[in-house]
Design a protein around this ligand. Structure first.
Ligand SMILES: O=C[C@H](O)[C@H](O)[C@H](O)COP(=O)(O)O
Length: 236
């Protein structure tokens, strides 16, 4: 039986596609995770699906595009994206997000940054208003492998509690991203909305950091699927 959370993911994803995908859109960014599964599914059901080229944000995303028989593109060829849809691990009241729980943050941020419209889809557990309130695993940070120890020290110095994400039990040693890097998860406690941008800049300034899972001022809209079957839309 489909769980309430799974139903929430599906209704918000379907609503996001139905209300935002326009006939003039040609290039679509497809994010990663369990919620965007329903984004790809919905687009795959459209009679005009052949008019779209979909840009993936990683291996799983690419498979979703292929499985739903959508046209697959890449950022090298299409550097301007009309609209991108993606999930989130947590969303604050300004639509800043923590992303990267599935280690896909770098390609996701490249696609979001290239998109004219960036739409978040998530079930209502993710919409807490303050980053770090509900998502307790920390901010995912993609780092060059041989810089991890240096960056662990630097993150501790700015008040974080960082750990290298382990690959166990599927793999001994750290998780390796689609880009061949490590992920550090760094807990900063609750991050006030006014502090998110500054924290992101501090982390990005550390040499060896490739990208952070803090998506600051990137999303224009979020579609939140509620357990009662309704969808809440938030815009900035
Ligand atoms: O790296 C993973 C991505 O940032 C996902 O979009 C994020 O973790 C949300 O995934 P889900 O929709 O499964 O909660």
């Amino acid at each position: 039986m489909t769980s309430l959370v799974e139903k929430s993911k599906k209704i918000c994803a379907y609503a996001a596609v139905d209300e935002n995908l326009k006939p003039n859109h040609k290039i679509i960014g497809i994010g990663s995770g369990s919620t965007v599964v329903y984004i790809a599914e919905r687009i795959g059901h459209l009679p005009n699906k052949d008019q779209f080229t979909c840009i993936p944000t990683g291996f799983q995303s690419k498979q979703l595009i292929i499985d739903n028989k959508l046209n697959l593109g890449n950022l090298e060829e299409f550097s301007k994206i009309d609209i991108a849809f993606d999930g989130a691990d947590e969303i604050d009241s300004n639509l800043n997000c923590i992303k990267g729980g599935g280690a896909c943050l770098l390609q996701e941020k490249l696609v979001a940054d290239s998109a004219d419209n960036f739409i978040i889809v998530a079930d209502d557990r993710k919409s807490t208003g303050v980053l770090g309130k509900g998502w307790k695993k920390g901010v995912p940070i993609e780092v060059v492998p041989n810089a991890y120890n240096k960056i662990l020290n630097e993150l501790s110095k700015i008040g974080g509690n960082p750990t290298v994400r382990p690959g166990t039990p599927a793999k001994a040693g750290p998780v390796i991203t689609d880009n061949g890097n490590f992920i550090i998860d760094c807990d900063f406690g609750e991050i006030p909305v006014a502090d998110v941008k500054d924290l992101n800049s501090k982390i990005k300034a550390m040499v060896g950091v490739v990208e952070t899972g803090l998506f600051v001022n990137m999303a224009q809209k979020a579609y939140i699927g509620n357990a009662d079957g309704t969808v809440t839309t938030v815009s900035v």
